[in-house]
Ligand binder design. Structure first.
Ligand code: HEM
Length: 518
């Protein structure tokens, strides 16, 4: 120390150790400065570590960790993820009051544009931006209106035949696998068929065309979901890392986005031509075109179409179907009740209120609640003004995570929330029967497709259960939404791998069904 005091900067330059220490200190200071966000929300929350904040305290299942933190800091807390402050909403009441209410809902209606995603869109085309990843603006309002119209209950009714054809494609895939003998891994079958379902509902293509359409895309479709993952990329949190060359995952996602846009543009142009000629079949794209009174540009229409297919092409749809299939296979009692409900529905037709009296329908709803495959939904960003809520200050521009997983497990809102109990939507308390759960998000940016999704999942299970009884191949397995989850850090949560065994109920009926041209 005395040498340093006596010689000052000269000593620093002469001693490599001291120079190194100074460089490290300056670098740390710079990183800390560049990762300390201004304008902190005034809420309780975990303290976090220097520089990285709570980034590495989130664990392997951030939604469950936030649910635990909410017990310490309250249903709405703040945390710092390196250079970002994030507010996490965990309770049903707080979610309804903040994001779902007329009073505050508009403040929560934008989405942040993380660096990695923004860069991908710049390279691949703005057409690749789905509604789910669009910040709020006037264009978004128009696009959202179109997407809502295209999946309304009335529009969905006109897609029933398309959904039946896609359900037959699911059954064909399972039947082909079953004919090989041995256990069946439904993952590749469901991912392929869910993509076919999404494409056929979007543009009325035949299942044959849809099944080959995306075969030449060079990397797995889930690359795009990996870039959209709410749990983020280090480059989003540490600007200094952006000087590094793009990662392999990023480069592959750009290719996928470019290819996918090309295919969707082709399909959409065909729909447009047929719509103008008056020969188009009912499908979501035709509903969009019919509703497009503002004459949105081709770019906007492709972007809406991208939004309509991404859940099937990425993972929410196949993952949701895989959780439910496993549960049905593992629980004979539920499977029998679901089968009986299908038979009663077939006999009674419209005389049965499917929403209220059908066990399989209730099972489908409960799957959405219990498994909440999209646990943290898509991030929000506050817009329009700063908010003071119960004395807490949340500045405009704050990133917000709606923890749908925790809201769906809030005991103040759901009786015995840890239990998978479809009957809650049939004979449970009125609040549960009449209010939607949070599996499709909340408020002004919620998922518009809940009706369509319920119908699609119901039809797929109905066709599977009418033809087979299902068992687990490898013995008992627990389909617990948390313990049974493959990877809590993924964009969308899948069950751990499992295999099933199918026993044909009536071979003649199965053959006749597969030979029917729908
Ligand atoms: C099992 C299937 C699905 C699940 C679990 C699901 C769930 C979700 C969730 C949680 C969100 C975010 C909502 C929020 O931030 O509050 C969302 C957004 C969205 N979903 Fe779905 N979804 C599914 C299928 C679909 C389908 C089939 C379509 C279209 C045909 C669709 C269209 C959209 C759109 C357009 C958005 C963005 C809304 C916006 O940002 O304004 N979803 N979905």
């Amino acid at each position: 120390m005395s040498t340093l005091l006596e010689q000052g900067p000269t000593y620093l330059l002469q001693s490599p150790l001291a120079t190194g220490a100074v460089v490290v200190a300056v670098l740390l200071g710079l990183i800390s400065w560049s990762t300390t966000p201004p304008n902190a929300p005034d809420l309780p929350g975990p303290k976090g570590w220097p520089i990285v904040g709570s980034l590495f305290q989130r664990g392997k299942d951030p939604a469950s960790t936030y649910q635990q933190w909410a017990k310490i800091y309250g249903p709405v807390f703040r945390m710092r993820l390196a250079n970002k402050w994030v507010v996490v909403i965990n309770g049903a009441e707080a979610g309804d009051e903040l994001v779902g209410s007329a009073q505050y809902g508009s403040i929560f209606q934008s989405r942040p544009m993380p660096h990695t995603l923004g860069k991908l869109l710049g390279l691949a085309s703005k057409k690749a931006v789905t509604l789910g990843t669009s910040p709020y603006d006037d264009l978004l309002k128009g696009k959202r209106r179109l997407s809502i119209a295209s999946v309304s209950p009335a529009a969905t009714k006109t897609y029933e035949n398309i959904i039946e054809r896609a359900a037959q494609y699911f059954v064909r895939g399972l039947n082909n696998a079953n004919k090989q003998g041995g256990p069946i891994d439904a993952v590749p079958i469901f991912f392929d068929a869910a993509a076919v379902l999404a494409i056929t509902v979007l543009c009325g293509a035949s299942v044959e065309e849809a099944s080959v359409l995306l075969n030449d895309i060079p990397y797995p479709m889930k690359r795009l979901g990996q870039i959209r993952n709410i749990n983020g990329h280090y480059r989003d949190f540490f600007p200094i890392l952006r000087v590094l060359p793009p990662s392999k995952l990023f480069r592959e996602a750009v290719e996928v986005a470019k290819y996918r846009n090309g295919k969707l543009t082709f399909l959409l142009n065909r729909c447009k031509r047929e719509y103008e000629e008056g020969t188009a079949q009912p499908c979501a794209a035709v509903s969009v075109l019919r509703e497009n009174k503002q004459n949105l540009s081709d770019e906007s229409l492709t972007s809406v179409s991208n939004s309509m297919v991404s859940s099937g092409l990425d993972s929410h749809m196949p993952n949701t179907l895989l959780w439910g299939l496993g549960l049905l296979a593992s629980n004979k009692d539920m499977q029998e009740k679901a089968y009986d409900a299908i038979i009663s529905q077939e006999k009674l037709g419209d005389a049965m209120n499917i929403e209220r009296d059908n066990y399989l329908f209730a099972f489908v709803k409960e799957m959405g609640r219990y498994f909440t495959t999209f646990r943290l939904a898509l991030a929000r960003e506050t817009i329009g003004k700063d908010l003071v809520w119960k004395g807490h200050y949340i500045p405009e521009g704050t990133t917000v995570y709606t923890n749908c997983h925790a809201m769906n497990r809030d005991p103040a809102r759901f009786v015995n929330p840890e239990k998978f109990w479809p009957e809650r939507f049939m004979s449970g308390p009125e609040a549960e029967r009449t209010m939607p759960h949070y599996g499709f998000g909340i408020g002004r940016r919620n998922c518009p497709a809940m009706n369509l999704v319920h119908k699609e999942i119901y039809t797929v299970y109905k066709r599977i259960l009418l033809n087979w009884s299902i068992e687990l191949f490898d013995g008992e397995r627990e389909f617990d939404a948390v313990r049974g989850c493959a990877d809590g850090l993924e964009f969308n949560q899948a069950p751990k791998p499992y295999r099933i065994k199918l026993t044909v109920r009536d071979q003649q009926k199965l053959d006749a069904y597969l030979n029917t041209e729908l």
